[in-house]
Unconditional design. Structure first.
Length: 223
């Protein structure tokens, strides 16, 4: 029997949370997990305990949670479905990249593995979704690339936007309106720590200034 959509959502959230942990950290804090899922911490704790009893997670009270190998396998499968469905909805169905998340959230729980693999083949075995997030392979491997943010990349050096980590619809529209979608080449001209601002040179040498918070959500690679 396949796990429920609720279980899959928890596994996916923990899996993504683990990829974002700082060096040395091994557990996703319960408060962070509850915030991502939009639930009360007590509710999250109850479910995580159930996942631990099922052998899908390891829970340490007051510290956090991590997935077991079995949990990671299931989580990668869900994440693969989600990100492939987002790409399918954009490239084939013609939907906007800022409106596909909720639909992919629904579809990831109901599409068959056979359909997912057919979609993967039709799309040319893509490595990333429309937001630049890496797509796990059919074997559950996730290729995490070392990327800088606009706060850490070199100044006056062409870089290419590779990933947008915030998938809020309003933020994605902001990124698109400033021509900062994945694939765009830009340069960081200056950073002002006092005003928390980052000045960029974008397409056709257009200049723009964005806040440090927004800049931290744009991951880039050397062009």
């Amino acid at each position: 029997m396949l796990p429920s959509s609720t279980v899959e959502n928890y596994l996916k959230a923990i899996y993504v949370g683990e990829t974002q942990l700082a060096n040395g950290q091994k557990l996703v804090p319960m408060g962070q997990l509850a915030s991502v899922l939009g639930i009360a911490p007590g509710t999250a704790t109850t479910m995580v305990k159930a996942l631990a009893e099922s052998g899908l997670a390891v829970y340490e009270p007051y510290n956090g949670v991590r997935l077991t190998s079995a949990g990671e396998k299931l989580a990668a499968r869900v994440l693969r479905r989600h990100r492939l469905m987002e790409l399918f909805l954009v490239q084939v169905m013609g939907m906007r990249w800022d409106e596909v998340h909720d639909d992919a959230e629904q579809l990831e729980h109901v599409v068959s593995d056979r359909l997912v693999e057919r979609i993967d083949e039709m799309l040319g075995h893509p490595e990333a979704d429309p937001h630049g997030d890496p797509i796990p392979t059919a074997e559950g491997k996730l290729a995490e690339r070392p990327l800088d943010t606009l706060l850490t990349c070199p100044l006056h050096t062409p870089v290419t936007v590779a990933r947008v980590t915030d998938q809020d619809a309003a933020f994605l529209r902001f990124i698109e309106s400033h021509h900062l979608k994945p694939g765009q080449t830009i340069e960081v001209e200056a950073r002002d720590e006092v005003s928390d601002a980052v000045r960029l040179k974008g397409r056709d040498d257009a200049r723009m200034t964005i806040g440090a918070r927004a800049a931290s959500k744009l991951l880039v690679k050397a062009s």
